[in-house]
Ligand binder design. Sequence first.
Ligand code: DGY
Length: 322
Amino acid sequence: MFVTRQLPVDPAEVLEGHRVEVWPDPGPPSAAVLRERAAECDALLTLLSDRVDASLLDAAPRLQVVANYAVGFDNIDLQAARTRGIWVTHTPGTLTDATADLTFTLLLAVARRLPEAEADARTGDFGHWSPTAFLGLELAGARLGILGFGAIGRAVARRARGFGMKVRYSSRSPIPPGEREGAEPADFDELLATSDVISIHAPLTESTRGLFDAAALARMKSGARLINTARGPIVDESALVAALESGQLAGAGLDVFEDEPRVHPGLVGRSDVVLTPHIGSATTEARRRMARKALRNIAAVLDGREPPDPIPGSHPQRATTP
Ligand code: DGY
């Protein structure tokens, strides 16, 4: 098997008796290297930055499983894997709290204008205490709109409740009252029009790609803030820059970007945005859970069993669609 990056867990801990090659560089293998390795292996452990498409799978006649080291799987052509009889697995439940924590880190930082305030203190002499400097948003009583109410959206709602926020969510699937974490359902337009902060927790699909375009950003409450720890292409970054520039939005916290690892140049110099390099799951605990889960999925398939965490619809034996 081929692992496209060094992991925080030794694969031998989970996979006994299987030959494992781990890509040694800090950066990803090139598409050509990935193709060359895939041609020889029965299992691939991929990251969200590794593109797994039909042409890669065609070059991999022995491949039985692709274990994605992520909950999201928009880097993988599921249909192509299904038609070739290849399992695709992911790591659900491993990074819920880590990502919700980072969401709240960004939310607080944006609400309290941390980059501007921090830069001021770092000058070494911030002059004087001013009643009108760095005024931000108080979370208690503010309205948080959550787009996507899966495990991470709900974990964010729990945190928001602790801060006294009024939470509403918009979700494609109905959420039973017992799982709403005190949040109220709302449709997307209501969420846009009424939220002081919107936080995105939806997967990247054809219906969410570009969902926060110029028109949607214009429908947001004036002076609202946008947080995205889900997938970059859900937000049109040029439109976001324009909305910040015009003052329609007061700030944004972004952990994910439209064209990673590139960050839109219009965002880089702005002090009303907080930017992090896709680190939602970057706690030691979460990354280890992710590694063990991905490796266990591979071990199951190579030992002739069904993997515990297949992406629904990713294998011909499973009839549902994702
Ligand atoms: C995921 O799992 O989808 C995250 O984006 C990476 O941790």
